[in-house]
Design a protein around this ligand. Structure first.
Ligand SMILES: C[S@@+](CC[C@H](N)C(=O)[O-])C[C@H]1O[C@@H](n2cnc3c(N)ncnc32)[C@H](O)[C@@H]1O
Length: 228
């Protein structure tokens, strides 16, 4: 049973304990153990990535939101779909490695379909070019979703559709972010997609590491897939 609220110190200790997870399987186990308290704990961290991503998609999406099909990759408990629903999107398919997070996403009633998959180890989906929007929030970092998966996000998107991704820009994630930025640019050079928006946000979420204070920065990327 989830407690009604948690202190910042408790949430910080929980998030820092994730550093003990070395393999992806261990990281997913960490999320299995966090699922029940995840929504209330990230609220304590002032985690705004789902709403920032949904705002970015909403301000650039000109199609029929009611008909659009959204693939929510690393969907967790469903915070991104919840935010996108406020902007009029209504069809969601979710993928995540953690069964416990998926159980909560299922209980949210927001998703038409949910699939368990270890991204980077298993193919994202067999079908390509199906989704009007593909979104990946909060899981592009070391030990979670490897950079190479962004190509699969683009492959899953229909030509003209959007891919929205977020990552942190704090010290701990700088190396991963630099590799991600190189891959995004490389894919643009290959004519796979065009950059619509890169929004740098200073107050992304509350810092939890010993080296950082206050808020850490983060970034929302929005790309549009080009017609081959
Ligand atoms: C910080 S949560 C973000 C969840 C949701 N997108 C949100 O913003 O609230 C990260 C999620 O990514 C999932 N995840 C991390 N790495 C993964 C991987 N390689 N394959 C599948 N799921 C992964 C975790 O199970 C977890 O549910």
């Amino acid at each position: 049973m989830a407690s009604s609220s948690n202190t910042f110190e408790n949430v910080k200790a929980k998030v820092l304990s994730a550093h003990e997870s070395v393999t992806l399987e261990e990281k997913v186990d960490f999320y299995n153990s966090w699922a029940e308290n995840y929504d209330q704990d990230v609220a304590v961290l002032d985690y705004r990535a789902p709403s920032l991503a949904a705002n970015s998609i909403s301000s650039h999406f000109s199609g029929d939101r009611g008909a659009a099909v959204v693939l929510d990759v690393a969907c967790g408990t469903g915070l991104v779909a919840r935010q996108m629903k406020k902007h009029g999107f209504g069809h969601f398919v979710g993928i995540d490695g953690s069964e416990a997070m998926l159980t909560l996403a299922r209980e949210s009633g927001l998703y038409q379909d949910l699939k368990q998959s270890m991204l980077g180890e298993e193919p994202l989906l067999d079908q390509k070019g199906l989704f009007d929007v593909v979104v990946l929030v909060g899981a592009l970092s070391d030990g979670q979703v490897p950079v190479k998966v962004v190509r699969e996000l683009c492959e899953a998107t229909t030509p003209g559709g959007h891919v929205c991704m977020t990552t942190r820009s704090n010290l701990e994630n700088l190396e991963y972010k630099a590799a991600l930025d190189r891959e995004l640019k490389q894919m643009e050079d290959e004519g796979l997609w065009t950059c619509v928006e890169v929004a740098e946000v200073e107050d992304w979420e509350r810092a939890v590491s010993e080296q950082e204070d206050g808020y850490i920065p983060g970034v929302v990327y929005l790309y549009r897939k080009l017609t081959p």
